[in-house]
Write a protein that binds this ligand. Structure first.
Ligand code: ZN
Length: 498
């Protein structure tokens, strides 16, 4: 784990004197940290009392990440084989070699790769807790039948438990920002439960308010209420929408899709970015959106499969953003129109991010596997004059690319002075990583969530030594499991009734 050092930079008895500073610096979460490999007894945590992190920066709580292999993802800075990152008041203030930061708490990163946190451009956190009920592609208990059955039964409390469960897994996997594509926003209470749950763990999130179930439409009043209550409530929470697409026969006949068009315009007028699932039945969508002047940089097109060349060129020319979920898209390639069009979009210079999609199915929340899956998908293409896909580019898509796809490229995604401090430290000495010679290859070909040692969001240390600082994992798991088991019984009863 990253060793926290005293201000003198050495691990010694004075380190323990600084324990109080350290705990303050970890945002008073009742930190579970260790200093010099020695676990420190933590202040008692009321298991259910943590509703939101103390987002106030700790007084004098600057952090200096020292001596790591820094992958800044900033082309002007590049990589530093032995570099430092100085964080102050939640922002990165300097990245360089041998930085001086008097008074800062020093984090020894000599055995670590230091890079921006992963940006998950689309996840359905409301169903993360259904993992145990989902049985691969089983026609009765697969992902789609199970989530369709569970959606109307999911209460706001269930959604809260599931989102906490999903977000904590994501944080422990090095993800610092998630676009929560909530396509089961059944009520304002459901929406606010999901927002509160993500916020309670300190992750950076976009809540993309969706329809109430897969057949629903957007509840404008609920969206307005969410804007009113959350629009400016927390700098870590931003808002958007996700929309159900028009029916296939309407799209393919070139017919009107008034509801969809009105929903996109409603969102755009309020500055809310729009996340859309492209899919098997979406042929004609790009044409419809162009006819109504709906293509733009606030549109995130998810699942880059099945587009024609003309559609790709048109969307790129309109600055549409793209999200690929390769760990899901490979096994569901037939559902989603075949191969992932990474090479085609990369060739056009498209703005690309990666995503988990559903941690309850196939991929868990493992962003390392998602990066590998992009490589697998690309290598499998025998039908194109395949360009080389270097691991550095994949890490860039997983971090800076995702930030740009969510319109946050000016705030996060790279280790750049002035950006917010969303950072992960990955151990180089773990058995599946060592020896690390090229950190990009190691991250993409060897990395696992278990190698993520430290996760920092907006300057707050949320994960230390691979453990959450502010919550008890067992508590989060127990709460989600209890809700999931209750729901599982209900689902099985429905199946038994036929
Ligand atoms: Zn999805």
């Amino acid at each position: 784990m990253a060793k926290f050092k005293g201000n003198d930079g050495h691990l010694n008895s004075s380190t323990l004197v600084n324990r109080r500073d350290l705990l303050r610096a970890t945002a008073a979460f009742g930190a579970a940290v260790s200093v010099g490999g020695t676990a420190i007894a933590q202040p008692a945590i009321a298991r259910t009392a943590v509703t939101q992190p103390d987002t106030a920066p700790p007084a004098g709580g600057d952090i200096l990440i020292r001596g790591g292999h820094v992958l800044s993802m900033d082309p002007d800075i590049g990589d530093l084989a032995v570099g430092d990152v100085h964080i102050s008041n939640g922002a990165i203030v300097a990245v360089g070699e041998g930085l001086d930061a008097p008074g800062a708490i020093v984090m020894d990163a000599s055995d670590m790769i230091v890079l921006p946190g992963f940006v998950d451009t689309h996840s359905h956190l409301w169903n993360a807790f259904l993992r145990g009920s989902i049985r691969g592609d089983d026609p009765v208990r697969g992902y789609f039948p199970t989530t369709n059955r569970a959606a109307p039964l999911t209460t706001p409390d269930d959604a809260h438990a599931s989102v906490r469960f999903g977000v904590l897994e994501a944080l422990l996997s090095g993800t610092t920002c998630i676009n929560n594509f909530s396509h089961n926003t059944r009520s304002l209470k459901h929406a606010e439960a999901e927002i509160e749950a993500a916020r309670s763990l300190g992750i950076r999130s976009r809540f993309s308010h969706g329809p109430g179930g897969r057949d629903g439409t957007l509840d404008f009043a609920s969206v307005e209420e969410v804007i009113s209550n959350w629009g400016d409530a927390d700098p870590l929470v931003t808002l958007g929408v996700n929309l159900r697409l028009p029916a296939a026969d309407i799209l393919q006949s070139g017919g009107d899709a008034e509801t969809f068009v009105a929903e996109v315009r409603f969102a755009r007028e309020r500055g809310l970015p729009v996340s859309l699932h492209y899919g098997n039945s979406a042929h004609g969508l790009v044409d419809l959106m162009e006819r109504h002047d709906l293509l733009g940089p606030d549109i995130l097109m998810i699942h880059t499969q099945g587009f024609t060349l003309e559609e790709r060129e048109l969307m790129v020319s309109r600055d549409v953003q793209f999200s690929m979920s390769p760990a899901i898209e490979i096994p569901y390639s037939t559902v989603r129109n075949g191969y992932i069009q990474f090479a085609e979009l990369e060739d056009l210079g498209a703005s690309l991010g990666l995503s988990i999609d559903a941690s309850s199915a196939v991929a868990t929340a493992d962003f390392f596997t998602v990066m590998r899956a992009l490589q697998w998908s690309h290598k499998q293409r025998g039908d194109i004059d395949r360009m080389s896909l270097e691991p550095r580019r994949i890490v860039e898509i997983a971090t800076l690319g995702g930030a740009a796809a969510l319109g946050m490229g000016d705030r996060i995604g790279s280790l750049t002075a002035g950006k917010r401090a969303d950072i992960q430290l990955v151990r180089k000495t773990d058995i599946n990583m060592a020896p690390v010679l090229d950190p990009y290859f190691s991250l993409v070909y060897s990395g696992q969530p278990a190698n993520v040692d430290t996760v920092i969001v907006d300057g707050h240390v949320l994960v230390s030594g691979g453990q959450p600082v502010m919550v008890d994992t067992a508590d989060v798991v127990a709460t989600a499991s209890e809700a999931a088991l209750r729901l599982h019984d209900e689902l099985e009863a429905i199946i038994a009734k036929g």
